[in-house]
Design a protein. Structure first.
Length: 336
């Protein structure tokens, strides 16, 4: 099989690898589409230890939809031809490889395959292209869930990448009344607008004024502010948490889903008296897979619109470079 092998900063080679032999309870899947994650872009641009734990000299990629092409002699839960989503945490039998299951390889062996654990069936109503977004959408779904949304609440999402848009869509699915998406890329924001969201380019627009106009006002310890119940940070810019601490209303929540190693000082007394919350969100759980599948089956949002580019595996370098250019791309996929 052809496989993209990570060899370090800006160094990926397509190599021929043997297809793994199957044990009695193993399943072999062939990838159909794989999406490029922001962490794939990070390790490509800057080298190891800047995203998922990707090992030099090994396969990588983890956002994929696949089809079963072979099963072990004692497999009864799966059949050849079934279209599946490999759940990265359990797909390879090694939880440390959740970000490197082989999404940029033609085939993946799923050891001791279990339905709704390492492999999930993909409904026929979900297209192949949309299905390769299940993994990043589960991350966005988890972030939305961690924001503890209640029906008719109001949220702002910072970061108009796949996870930010997934968070926004999930918030609407959970019953949020108003959701605004903020970014500095007009290209990406225009896609969010086409999906039905209020948008704000924070490099060109006075966010405070626009937020008050859109959400109305509420009380904070420091006076009237925009009436925002939850802030989702899918960007990681320092200013976002600063703004929440300064302008968040009483009892508002802040969810950090962006990959960010920064050490921050927090005014705990202010946090206490304002009864605000700072919440972390990383990864996803099986319940997020279920919700994402239901969102995609609902047909309420044209989710494929998020995919702006498609490349063959042989052009993975160009694909990752394109994915890193927020002025021309949103989600970029590899088609097998």
């Amino acid at each position: 099989m052809k496989s993209a092998i990570y060899l370090g900063k800006e160094n990926i080679k397509i190599q021929e690898l043997p297809i793994s032999q199957l044990g009695d309870y193993d399943v072999l899947i062939k990838n159909i589409y794989s999406s490029i994650c922001g962490t794939d872009v990070a390790v490509y641009k800057y080298g190891g230890n800047t995203g998922h734990r990707i090992t030099i000299g090994k396969e990588f990629g983890h956002e994929t939809v696949s089809r079963i092409v072979a099963v072990g002699d004692k497999v009864t839960e799966f059949s050849v031809g079934e279209r599946v989503y490999p759940y990265p945490l359990f797909a390879t039998g090694d939880t440390s490889r959740a970000g490197t299951i082989g999404g940029f390889s033609e085939y993946i062996k799923i050891p001791n395959a279990k339905r709704n654990h390492s492999l999930y069936e993909v409904d026929d109503s979900i297209s192949d292209k949309m299905a390769c977004l299940i993994e990043p959408f589960t991350v966005g779904c988890r972030a939305a869930r961690r924001g503890q949304p209640k029906r008719d609440e109001k949220f702002v999402v910072f970061g108009c990448g796949t996870i930010g848009i997934a968070s926004a869509i999930t918030l609407k699915y959970f019953g949020a009344k108003k959701v605004m998406i903020c970014d500095i890329s007009d290209f990406r924001l225009n896609i969010a607008k086409e999906l039905g969201f209020e948008i704000c380019n924070t490099s060109m627009c006075d966010f405070t004024r626009k937020a008050i106009d859109y959400f109305g006002t509420a009380h904070s310890l420091r006076g009237l502010v925009a009436d925002i119940d939850g802030f989702i940070d899918a960007s990681g810019a320092k200013e976002i948490l600063d703004f929440f601490m300064e302008q968040g209303k009483i009892e508002s929540r802040f969810v950090s889903v962006a990959v960010n190693k920064a050490i921050r000082d927090i005014d705990l007394l202010h946090l206490t008296y304002s009864q605000k919350s700072i919440i972390g969100s990383g990864g996803y759980m099986p319940e997020d897979v279920t919700d994402v599948m239901n969102i995609m089956k609902s047909g309420k949002w044209d989710i494929e619109k998020i995919i702006t580019h498609e490349f063959p595996l042989t052009e993975i370098d160009r694909a990752i470079q394109t994915a890193g250019n927020t002025n021309i791309a949103l989600n970029v996929t590899i088609k097998f």
